[in-house]
Design a binder for this molecule. Structure first.
Ligand SMILES: C[S@@+](CC[C@H](N)C(=O)[O-])C[C@H]1O[C@@H](n2cnc3c(N)ncnc32)[C@H](O)[C@@H]1O
Length: 250
C-alpha cells in the first residue's frame, strides 16, 4: 500500500466523534444473514475487525449469547467504541497482524474497511484466527445506486467524482481456505437531515484528505444542493444499501 493510501486508512480518528454521531449503522437483517451459518453454535465468539467507533459492534451486540471482540489500529476510534460499548473487549491491532490466537473466533466481520486492508496478508490472518466452519463477512454501506438524491450530486460534483465518492465496489475475499463467496444486499434507510448529511460526508476519507479550502467549498456545494431539493426539508430518509459478502472457512 502506498504512503498516501496508508495515511488515509488511518485518518478517521481525527473525526472520531463526528463519525460516531453521523455515520449509519447496519441493518440487523444483514448481520443475521452474515451469521446464519453459525446457527446452532453455542456462544459464538465474534470479531469485529476494523471496528472503528463500533457501528457494526452495536448490531452484533443485539444478538443473544456469545461475545464480541473489537480490533482497530486507531486509538481515537477505539475510545469512541469503548465509551459506547464499555463491556466489549476492545484491542488495538491491525487486520494484517490480528492480536488473537489461532482458531479463537467463530466469525470475523469487517464493516466499511475491507478496501483499507493489505488483502493478502489480512486474509491469511483471518483464516488463522477463524475456527473451521467459521464465517468471514465483509460488509459495506453505500448510497442506494437507484436513489437519485445523493448520487446525482456525487456524480456531478468535481471533488467526489474525482475521488470515487460513491464507488460501490467490494473485492471478494479469495483465500484458498475460504469457500465460495455469497452476496446479499439489504435496505438500510438512514434517517438524517442536512446538517448530519454534510457532517457524514465530512468523515469520508477523500474529504479528510482534501485541502481545508477545497473541503469547505465542497461542504457549501453539498449544503446548497440539499437545500434546493424539496425532499430534504427537515428530517428525511436517505435510502442507503448494505452489501454483505460472506464465505466460510473450510
Ligand atoms: C471507515 S472506518 C469503519 C469503521 C467501522 N467498522 C464501521 O463500520 O463504521 C475504517 C476503519 O478501519 C480502520 N483500519 C484502517 N486500516 C486498518 C487495518 N489495516 N487493519 C484494521 N483496521 C484498519 C480504521 O482505523 C477505521 O476505524
Amino acid at each position: 500500500m502506498d504512503d498516501e493510501r496508508s495515511r488515509r486508512s488511518l485518518s478517521f480518528g481525527s473525526v472520531a466523534a463526528a463519525y460516531a454521531a453521523h455515520r449509519p449503522g447496519y441493518p440487523l437483517a444483514a448481520v443475521a444473514w452474515a451469521l446464519e451459518p453459525l446457527t446452532g453454535r453455542a456462544a459464538p465468539q465474534l470479531l469485529d475487525l476494523a471496528a472503528g467507533t463500533g457501528k457494526l459492534t452495536a448490531a452484533l451486540l443485539t444478538r443473544r449469547g456469545g461475545s464480541v471482540t473489537a480490533v482497530d489500529p486507531d486509538r481515537a476510534m477505539l475510545a469512541e467504541l469503548r465509551a459506547r460499548h464499555p463491556t466489549v473487549r476492545a484491542v488495538e491491532g491491525r487486520a494484517e497482524a490480528i492480536p488473537l490466537p489461532d482458531a479463537s473466533v467463530d466469525a470475523v466481520l469487517v464493516g466499511q474497511a475491507w478496501h483499507w486492508f493489505d488483502t493478502g496478508r489480512a486474509e491469511a490472518e483471518i483464516v488463522r484466527v477463524l475456527r473451521p466452519g467459521g464465517v468471514l463477512a465483509v460488509v459495506r454501506n453505500d448510497e442506494d445506486p437507484d436513489a437519485r438524491l445523493m448520487n446525482e450530486f456525487l456524480d456531478f460534483d468535481v471533488l467526489s467524482a474525482r475521488e470515487g465518492g460513491h464507488d460501490h465496489g467490494l473485492t471478494p475475499p479469495s483465500h484458498e481456505v475460504l469457500g465460495p463467496v455469497e452476496q446479499r444486499r439489504f435496505a438500510n434507510p438512514h434517517r438524517t437531515d442536512i446538517d448530519s448529511t454534510v457532517a457524514r460526508v465530512g468523515t469520508f476519507s477523500w474529504m479528510l484528505a482534501a485541502r481545508p479550502a477545497e473541503r469547505a467549498a465542497f461542504e457549501r456545494r453539498l449544503r446548497a444542493y440539499l437545500a434546493s431539493r424539496s425532499e430534504t426539508s427537515g428530517a428525511f430518509t436517505l435510502p442507503l444499501v448494505t452489501t454483505v459478502l460472506r464465505a466460510l472457512r473450510r
